[in-house]
Design a protein around this ligand. Sequence first.
Ligand code: SF4
Length: 86
Amino acid sequence: MSKQGCKGCSASVHLSVEDIYEVIKGAEANLQEDLVEEDVYRMRLEICQKCPELLYNTTCKYSGYIVYVLARDKKASCQHPGQQMW
Ligand code: SF4
């Protein structure tokens, strides 16, 4: 498997489960009262996981956000232009 890097730097765009977990925990600590309920979070993630615009199983093509973090934010919405899916 070739190692695909960010166009802007040499960092890998692929995140390990441990990296994702750390990013989510950091975001949750910052969001606090702006966290969505667990059922909403799961519903959002199910939509993102079926979306053809999800890159590397982690990242929204349109926003560049890690969807596991984006979906946790009460104020966030799907970033698809013209076809918001959640
Ligand atoms: S936020 Fe919207 S466009 Fe982005 S991956 Fe999720 S469903 Fe797809």
